[in-house]
Structures are given as C-alpha cells and as structure tokens.
Design a protein around this ligand. Sequence first.
Ligand code: PLP
Length: 400
Amino acid sequence: EIRLSDALDRVKPSATIAVTTKANELKREGHDVIGLGAGEPDFDTPDNIKEAAIKAIRDGKTKYTPADGMPELKEAICAKFSRENGLTYKPGQIHIAPGGKPVIYNAFLATLNPGDEVIIPAPYWVSYPDMVLLASGEPVAVQCGPDVNYKLTPEALEAAITPKTKWLLLNSPSNPTGAAYTKAELRALADVLLRHPHVWILTDDMYEHLVYDGFEYWTIAQVEPGLYDRTLTVNGVSKAYAMTGWRIGYAGGPEKLIGAMRKVISQTTSNPCSISQWASVEALNGPQDFLPERRAVYQQRRDMVVEGLNDTPGLTCPTPEGAFYVYPSCAGVIGKTSPSGKVIENDEVFAAELLEQEKVAVVFGAAFGLAPAFRVSYATSTEALQEALKRIHRFCSNLS
Ligand code: PLP
C-alpha cells in the first residue's frame, strides 16, 4: 500500500465540497434536496464574456501563455485595480492563477517556513488554515463572534501578533459570514499593522462587488498606502462575474513576492487556461452594468433569508454587509431533541439532521472555526430559498 505524505496528514477535505457532494448524492437518489451549501452564483456568466471566449478559440488563442498570466489580462487587472481600488500596480506586480484559491496557496508556498504564523480571523473560509498547513505554516485562528459582528478588532489583532507572525489574512466581505470592513475599521487595523512592520497582509477581496445597502467598499492598501509594500491584494472573476468554472484569480503585490509566486506557478500548474484569460479580459474591460442588477437581487434575497431565520425558534441571524452568505447562530437549539430521537449536540449534528429530515443542505459552523452556527448560501432562486426557510422553520419548531 502506498504511504501518503505527512503533509497530507495535516489537512482535512473541504467541508463545503463534502456537503455539496452529499446533497448531490441525495438528489440523484430522487430526494427533493435544496442545496444552500455551495459558494457560487446561480446566475450565468454574461454573454459578452462567453462570446470573448468563443472568439479566442476561433482565433487560435489556444496555446500556452506566460506562466503567471498573459500581458493583455495583466493590463486589464492593473486598470481594474486603478479604477476600482485606487491602487497602482505594474503588470510585473500581477500574478494570475487558475482561481483565487491557487493564488492564495501560491503566496503561502512562496513565503511560509516551518513555524511561520498566519493570523486568520474566525469564522474563516474553510481552505485558509489547511492551505497554510500544507505550506508548512501555522494557522492562528482568532475568534471573532457575533458580539464583534464577526470582525477582527484592533485589540484582538494586537494580541495575536507574535515575532513569528508572517501574514494577517483579511477577507472582506467574508465567506462565511458576509461581514465587510468599513474604511474606519480597516483604518484601525492598519494602525496596529503600522506598528508591526514584519507582518504582511493578504487581503482576499473576492466578494468586493457583492455589497449591499450602499456599502462603500475599501481594501486595506488603499486605506493605508504605508502598507502597500507588504500587502497582497487578491481578487478574481469567480464570484462577481459568475465565472467559478473558468478558474481565473489574480493578485497585485510587491514585485519580489510576485516573482517568488511566479517561480511556484512555473513549476506547478503553469498558466491558467488561455481561453479563460481572454474571457476575463472581457469581464474586466467590458460592460459592468449587470453588477448592480445582480446586487439588487442578492440584497432582496439576503433580507428575506435574514428575516426568515430570525423568525425561526432557536436561531439568530445578523444582517451582513455583503457576499451571498449569512451565518446564523444555532445556540438556541443545541441540547434539544429531534422527533427522530437524535440530540442536537452541536452544529454538525444540526446540519446533518436538517439534511436528513428536511433535505436542506447547509454547512455547519465548526468547519469555519466558529460554533455553534451554520452557513447559508443565498445564491439560489427565491422560490428555493422560500421553501428552504419553511423547512428550516419546521425543523426547528419540531425540536423539543
Ligand atoms: N476566497 C474566498 C473567500 C472564497 O469564498 C473563494 C471561493 O469559494 C475563493 C477565495 C476561491 O475562489 P476561486 O473559485 O476563484 O478559486
């Protein structure tokens, strides 16, 4: 039998992918499952982007590109950073990889040595700690509960920094809570970071365009230019442009770091798909008017879901600023018993029973490092959400 690597022993499979797989299995068996587990837009990729990809194929743009992305897309990304974030990057400061996920992993592979710590506010996107562990670093989770609106406070940041801290990871709006940092909140974090020049900042801005109630989006290097030289600003087309399957993510950062990440990608995946890169040029340079339209739909759904969950016995759900997730606490149902006789000991049992009894798939909070809670993705049709809310309400009402 093959002996697997010790590195693999440090990580676990993605809980969100596991939930989606389980829900799809039940669906195939003929069950009427509502999946609120997946983290992807239900909208289609806009037609102009699809056409750009088709044209790229017809034009024979089907060969290798430079390993960390082609010049035309790097130019489009530089223009995006300048236009939307007031950040000036040269093409040589841009890294493009097959998704935001590998961008982040490449950054960790390029920088982490054993013992290096990465501060990760919890709840966090499931992949952060495991990517750090795979790259030989030490994830340091900092609990940021509903009492602080799921956001890292300057005091908690200050307390978490040690001489071994390599990175602070910020994700705004957040997966799984939807919480987004205001300019003032970023300012306060920046003040702490200015006092600790050895700490680098990786900001994952993947959900930048999904903010509601007129929320004004800021990224940390824009708020404090003094941090520009040690910030990696990560973004991608997956969520905003409904392009999860195309696999394009990117980052802007200091040249030396980007050069190190280029070395990683040149010996691993090489370039992201050439056709997807051409599609992404169109996504970034083309019309952006569908963004506010989709935002309005997401906002309506968010409001409906927050209201429905707060009307459910045992659940409390804060109203987040962005993304397409909410993160209700289910502390009020822990210890109760379902009609099947199962005791809801924790949020993992809660999610499993909800799927079993009512065929609604959600992801349990412990997977994101803050329990008891669960994540609901509202990137699905209004009708499906209404039915899911009804079922969640019934499930919780039947607990005793
Ligand atoms: N960052 C966050 C916070 C995410 O939620 C996701 C996807 O779920 C990613 C990064 C990765 O995006 P991509 O699909 O482009 O790899």
